[in-house]
Design a protein around this ligand. Structure first.
Ligand SMILES: [Zn+2]
Length: 263
């Protein structure tokens, strides 16, 4: 054992003595090349992850909303904004009930953009049944009437009114205006809305049904609903002076006049 240690010591001592030239001529350039290779791996890895995130998000949006343009936009946003590599080609389409996204990403090789490495990938998912054949405003159509009652106080009725009212008897059936996901069912949880339901129809469009008869909504948060499906009954709670349905249409988070959206 001792013999070995002495030998190693001697060897390393000998190497140290004349090492300066070798270090500068071979080891330093080698180290530099190694750094470049590591940089290349990191940049390529980041580009691949960014591309996959863009594909995944785009397909998810396209499959759940049926909206190709929105999917493309959100996918590109997921790609991030690296200055090192570029998303050269990004396409989303829905064909035969499947959402499909493909991307091409150009990654420079060792800082040189002349001959970039091209990373190509694609992703697909079946489009949810409800996202197909939308008849509502997200595909240029109209909402079904949320309740079979005459129009009451509208969005311009008084300052701060954010929807359309339909006065009627307690318990009158309330229907989903269009296919979608139930985003929220709140029981007597709000001073103004009282018991209310929010349905997300995709494409940035949501509907809200307020002052609902408490504890009787027939849908649950996260549930998928169909156009015209009963979701509960008219009530009189929250900021309400008489039984009515307060119906809101929100486009990208802001309430709009629901009248032009209703059949
Ligand atoms: Zn109202």
């Amino acid at each position: 054992m001792k013999k070995w240690i002495t030998m190693i010591r001697k060897f390393s001592h000998r190497r140290r003595k004349g090492a300066s030239t070798i270090e500068f001529v071979i080891i330093l350039p080698l180290f530099f090349v190694l750094c470049m290779v590591v940089w290349q791996f990191v940049i390529t890895g980041m580009a691949v992850m960014d591309t996959q995130a863009a594909l995944r998000d785009a397909v998810k949006v396209a499959a759940t909303t049926g909206n190709v343009e929105k999917a493309e936009k959100l996918g590109k946003e997921s790609f991030g904004d690296s200055t090192q590599y570029v998303l050269d080609d990004f396409e989303v389409e829905i064909k035969d009930g499947e959402a499909f996204a493909k991307a091409k990403t150009q990654v420079p090789i060792l800082f040189m953009t002349t001959e970039p490495y091209t990373y190509e990938n694609s992703s697909k998912a079946p489009v949810l049944e409800f996202a197909q054949g939308h008849t509502g405003p997200m595909s240029g159509g109209k909402f079904a009437r949320p309740v079979n009652l005459a129009y009451g106080c509208d969005i311009h009725c008084y300052d701060g009114h954010t929807g359309q009212d339909f006065p009627g008897d307690i318990g009158t059936d309330v229907y989903a205006a269009e296919d979608g996901y139930v985003e929220k069912v709140v029981h007597l949880g709000d001073d103004s809305y009282g018991t209310y339901i929010v349905i997300d129809h995709g494409g940035g469009i949501k509907t809200l049904y307020a002052h609902m008869y408490p504890w009787q909504p027939t849908v649950f948060t996260g549930e998928r609903v169909k156009r015209g499906q009963k979701i509960g009954g008219v009530g009189n709670n929250g900021n309400s002076s008489g039984p009515h349905l307060h119906f809101e249409v929100k486009v990208n988070g802001s309430p709009v006049d629901p009248r032009p959206y209703i059949e």
